[in-house]
Design a protein around this ligand. Structure first.
Ligand code: AHG
Ligand code: MN
Ligand code: MN
Length: 334
C-alpha cells in the first residue's frame, strides 16, 4: 500500500492547485508536529504530571488545566521562529502574541484552542487541538488585534487534531477535507481519508440536554420534535451523542453525519453562546462546509460573521446540511 504523508499531500496540493504557498505549508507542518508533542503529553496522563489544574484562570474566567497551559506553550514556542507568522492568538492568552523582533515576521496569523474538551482530560475521554489560519491583509507595518478580526470565510486553512483511540489530524486548505492518522512507529502523519463528505440527512443530534430549560423557544422546539420520534412531526427516531469535547463531537459528524449545537441560553443573556467564534466555531465551520455540511448561529452562516473581538462567543449549529437548515429556519425571524 502506498502511503501519502502530510508533507506529500501538501506538496501535491500546491502543485495541482497552487494554493499552499511555502509559508502556509511550513505553518501547517509546524502545527501538525506540535500536535504530535501534545499527543505525547496527553498519552502520559498520570505518569507525566500533566493532569489536574493550575491555580490560574484564562481571560474567559475558566480555571486552566495543566494541559491547557502545556499545549498553549508548545504551540507558541514551535511557531515563533519559522518566519511564517506575524502573530498568534489563543483561548489561553488574553491578547495576541506578536512574533518577537529577533525572528522574521511572516504574513500569516494563527489562532488556536490548544486543548479542547478540558473537562475530559482526567477521565481519559477524547480531547483535541483546534486551529485557524488567517492572512494579514493590507501592507501596514506591525500587527494588532484588529488584523485578526476577519470573517471566517477568509481562513486560509483550518483543522483540528483529536487525541482519542487514534490520533487524527483533520485539515482543510479550502479544497475539501483530508484526514491523517498518526503512525506512532514512524512518527508521521499518513493520509487515511480524502474528500470527506458529511451526509446531508441525519438522525443523530449532539447537544448538552441538561441546559434545555435555559434555551430559547426555537431551540426547545427543535429538540422536542426530535425527541417525539417517529410519531412526532419529524416522522423519525433520533439518537443522541454528547462527548463534551467539540473536537470529538465534530469528528463524529465528519465521519458519519449528525448535528452539533451549542445554543444561546438565558443564564448569560448577553453572551451569544459558550463557544468561541475565532478558534472554535470558525475553523469547525470551515471544515464542515468543506465537507458539504452547514454551520450557522441560528441566524446566519458562521463564516459570514464579522468578529468584533478576539474572544467573541457565538451560538453554534453545524453538521448535516438539511438538519442545520431545519433548526436554523426555526430561529430566523425569532
Ligand atoms: P474548552 O475545553 O476548550 O474550554 O472547550 C470546551 C467546550 C467544547 O469543547 C464542548 O463542546 C463544550 O465546551 C462542553 O460543554 P459542556 O460542559 O456544557 O458539556
Ligand atoms: Mn474548546
Ligand atoms: Mn480549550
Amino acid at each position: 500500500m502506498s502511503r501519502v504523508t502530510l508533507t506529500q499531500y501538501l506538496v501535491e496540493q500546491q502543485r495541482e492547485h497552487g494554493h499552499i504557498p511555502g509559508q502556509l505549508r511550513l505553518l501547517i507542518e509546524v502545527v501538525a508536529r506540535t500536535c504530535k508533542r501534545i499527543a505525547i503529553s496527553v498519552n502520559k496522563g498520570a505518569l507525566g504530571d500533566v493532569l489536574g489544574s493550575t491555580d490560574s484562570q484564562n481571560v474567559q474566567g475558566e480555571v486552566q488545566k495543566k494541559l491547557d497551559v502545556i499545549a498553549n506553550e508548545l504551540l507558541l514556542e514551535a511557531n515563533e521562529w519559522g518566519g511564517h507568522l506575524a502573530a498568534m492568538a489563543s483561548e489561553e492568552m488574553d491578547t495576541i502574541h506578536v512574533v518577537p523582533n529577533r525572528y522574521p515576521q511572516g504574513e500569516y496569523l494563527l489562532l488556536y484552542d490548544p486543548l479542547d474538551g478540558s473537562s475530559n482530560i482526567e477521565v481519559n475521554v477524547s480531547i483535541g487541538t483546534i486551529f485557524s489560519v488567517l492572512k494579514k491583509t493590507g501592507n501596514h507595518a506591525g500587527v494588532s488585534e484588529a488584523d485578526f478580526l476577519q470573517c471566517g470565510r477568509q481562513q486560509a486553512a483550518a483543522g483540528y487534531c483529536v487525541y482519542g483511540p487514534q490520533t487524527t489530524l483533520v485539515l482543510t486548505v479550502g479544497d475539501g477535507v483530508a484526514m491523517f492518522t498518526l503512525d506512532r512507529e514512524m512518527g508521521s502523519w499518513v493520509l487515511t481519508e480524502e474528500n470527506v463528505r458529511i451526509p446531508e440527512d441525519t438522525r443523530e443530534f449532539a447537544i448538552n440536554m441538561s441546559n434545555m430549560r435555559h434555551w430559547a423557544a426555537p431551540m426547545r422546539r427543535y429538540i422536542d420534535e426530535c425527541l417525539a420520534g417517529k410519531t412526532g412531526p419529524r416522522g423519525k427516531d433520533f439518537n443522541m451523542r454528547w462527548v463534551a469535547s467539540m473536537v470529538a463531537d465534530v469528528h463524529r459528524i465528519l465521519c458519519r453525519g449528525g448535528i452539533f449545537m451549542y445554543p444561546w441560553d438565558q443564564r448569560e443573556p448577553d453572551k451569544p453562546g459558550k463557544l468561541r467564534l475565532m478558534y472554535e466555531a470558525n475553523p469547525m465551520a470551515f471544515l464542515v462546509e468543506q465537507a458539504g455540511g452547514a454551520a450557522t448561529n441560528g441566524q446566519q452562516r458562521i463564516l459570514d460573521i464579522q468578529p468584533a473581538k478576539l474572544h467573541e462567543r457565538v451560538s453554534v449549529m453545524l453538521g448535516s446540511r438539511h438538519e442545520v437548515e431545519h433548526v436554523t429556519s426555526y430561529h430566523q425571524g425569532s
